[in-house]
Write a protein that binds this ligand. Sequence first.
Ligand code: ZN
Length: 223
Amino acid sequence: MNKETALVVFSGGQDSTTCLFWAMREFKKVYALSFIYGQKHRNEVELARHIADEAEVEFEVMDVSFIGKLGRNSLTDMSIPMDQEKPTDSFPNTFVPGRNLFFLSIAAVYAREKGINHIVTGVSQTDFSGYPDCRDAFIKSLNVTLNLAMDEQFVIHTPLMWIDKAQTWQLADELGVLELIRRETLTCYNGVQGDGCGHCPSCKLRKEGLDKYLEAKNKGIKL
Ligand code: ZN
């Protein structure tokens, strides 16, 4: 196993792009792996490829479209209107059941083939949506499971696990890629690149975080 290499699960969104550049700081060689999972906005993958090319990172796409067909959710099913607010008793219908379970499992098999044992993912427990497969306990549990499944010593890194959106912008700035991430990533649920549509839950969260970070930065406060 090569401890100088990492594989980043990469969607071309704000979080995973921040993780890509974090990994480039922490490891000598970085690979990026994107997934087609039946998402409505397929240009996501092309944007991801573009960012990976700019970062001079090796990029691969896996087609796992079956995930979108398995569980009903508003990210892959055009007929389901997207929840604009987080329901009080559950998570929003943008939750794609099993997504990170499949992504990370496939990433681990792919990493093993390449002789990589460090896997990086941009999940965050502080994310307002509360998706269960973004929580620390799930990641730690899956890490153990993957090691047992393949008799390997994978290490799943989650640099964003305990930080909020404003701190994620701060990290991007520290990595020197705030403007790149602001301009080129796609986080918007309506598929609008950069600052996005401005009104979907994802755009609101992203903008609130950016405003909070820039305000703190102007006052010389570290978040
Ligand atoms: Zn939006």
